[in-house]
Write a protein that binds this ligand. Sequence first.
Ligand code: TYM
Length: 338
Amino acid sequence: MAEEVKKRVFSGVQPTGKVTLGNYLGAIRNWTPLQEQYECLFCVVDLHSLTVTQVPAELRKNTLDLVALYIACGIDPEKSALFIQSHVHEHSELCWILDTVAYVGELNRMTQFKDKSKKHADNINMGLMNYPVLMASDILLYQTQYVPVGKDQIQHVELARDIAQRFNARYSDTFVVPECLISKTGSSIKSLQDPSAKMSKSDPNDNAIITLTDDPDSIRRKLRRAVTDSDTDAHCVRYSADKPGVSNLLNIYSLCTGTSVAEAERLFEGKGYGQFKDAVADAVISVLQPIQSEQKRLAADKAYLESVLKQGAERAEHIACKTLSKVYRKVGLVPKSR
Ligand code: TYM
């Protein structure tokens, strides 16, 4: 009997700065169960990180630390291809071809490009604008069906769909048109200092984010300082649109304990915000502590990480190579004789 072909999943995180609780709850954590059902590729997207100025030695360290973190969070390198984007040169090559299909106008409209251009006004480089096309290349190169990401990446995945459809219409059926997989609850974890904004790695205010390397004291301190809502009722732990700060904490509590938000509201009924915040801190600490110790152990084992990355890149290359040759053929490039 023919072997069942599994649908493919692709996702990635940039090795820029420190990975946050938002990255974990919105993305990485949701990847692990997919490994059972799909052929998964999980990538550390180092080329994307170059769109903002990096210290080279830090970028190298962050990249390997992130590989260790993926494994510590439950990515099994035997089941999934775990690799570094720059190790598979087809990503950049496909990006060039897709650049000829993507329109400047649509890239100019990308929310993240506009935000980052404001933040890095002294360095609005071509890579920053081209960022979503490289992301489309990551996805389309593997004929990906599903892309598990947080809400902030939906626009980029939609662009990848548009590019795939445009290419298919122009050159005949070539790419699978991908779809987003968005978690119902963790897809938009908010800043602890401004619950109208997402929790972001690049936030200059350290109190606004919980990073996956924060120690228990910092986690507790940051959560105690988290902005709760300026209503008069400080004993009302309730999930509602007019209480974005408390709602964000309830969400985090629920995701870290497996308790539903409604149950959590009941649990903290009549209790003060102080007590609630301490419970959120306990929940976050108990999720992060085992990940942190495993990450530390793995990050120290460079030989193991190298072997995982070599195997991951080989698996990825095998698929990438096939797609790229198909694309080169479709657009009319002369194949190199072997
Ligand atoms: P990055 O590195 O900014 O974020 C990695 C993942 O974390 C999610 N995320 C969040 N989810 C919930 N709440 C938050 N506060 C939060 N902050 C971040 C992001 O949605 C993302 O899923 N462009 C991507 C990386 C990338 C990629 C790809 C992803 C490059 N190529 C191909 C998927 C497929 C990015 O910058 O992620």
